[in-house]
Design a protein around this ligand. Sequence first.
Ligand code: DAH
Length: 336
Amino acid sequence: MSSDPLIALREFETEALAAIAAATNAEGLEAVRVKFLGRKQGRLKDLQALLGKVSPEQRPIVGKQFNEVRERTEQALEARQADLAKPKAAAGPAFDVTLPGEPFPLGKKHPLTQTMEEFKDIMGRFGFTVVDGPEVEDEHHNFIALNIPGDHPARDPLDNFYLSVAGRSADNPVMLRSQTSTVQIRVMEQTKPPIRIVSLGRVYRPDNPDATHSPMFHQMEGLMVGPDVTMAQLKTVLSLFAAAYLGENVTIRFRPSFFPFTEPSVEVDVSWKGGWMEIGGAGMVDPNVLRAVGYDPEEVTGFAFGLGVERFCMRRYGIDDLRAFYQNDIRFLRQF
Ligand code: DAH
């Protein structure tokens, strides 16, 4: 420290201001304050001691200078304190808020969900309302009321998913439904004719998965019951449906077949690429089924059909492996 008090004051100020500016955080700044302005051992205290030694003529000048230096230093310290307390501006390059944002990848409905929604839409236009049924069923709805006898091959336990449910007796088991025809029974049990419904949903059969089989797939069941329901109406409804989903020039054909719950029964094909593709089964509701739900077959008749949902969707989009629907490969799903 210079023995000239004015020079010593100037040195003090220069060094104090530099130290204040260099402090990068509150603790650092506090250390600077203690070092330069501290009441006990700060450097300003030493300067004060010098003050006592100057001549009486010089004293007012040095005293004034002393006060000014102290004031400026204190002000600089306060300003720096306020500065360090401010939240820091984000580091990194400036951010251009006018740039387009990154689009969120939006999810979509599964192709089969889309297909079923379209089915409901088409059938709704023909006056069919949509009903739901449970996937866990009893044998009454899955077989017995549908006129499927105990020795029918469709009832082989190995061809069905029976469930073991605590407290449920073995002679009244539950199972995953193997067909949506169950809903025909549920609706007729609860409503009086006329009836015009469709029901869409999952069905289960213990098949090994391959290009055309899956242990779970989807069906659309249709049922129309009333005083004069005919096979011609069945054919018309299915023709209009196929044309609405697959295109105007699609035609359908019926092949005689057998189902326990319909008489007569047919298998239904639609024209496709110069040939025929099977889309499901149909027929006139068997009188035994009508009786099982308390209807009088002398008073009402009905038609029913069951179509494979996957099949329609596969043909429309040229998908050749059914498993694609269930693998959740985003590259496949994105196409729909
Ligand atoms: N339930 C049959 C099956 O899953 C399909 C079927 C055939 C449904 C004829 C019907 C019908 O309603 O009348 O193979």
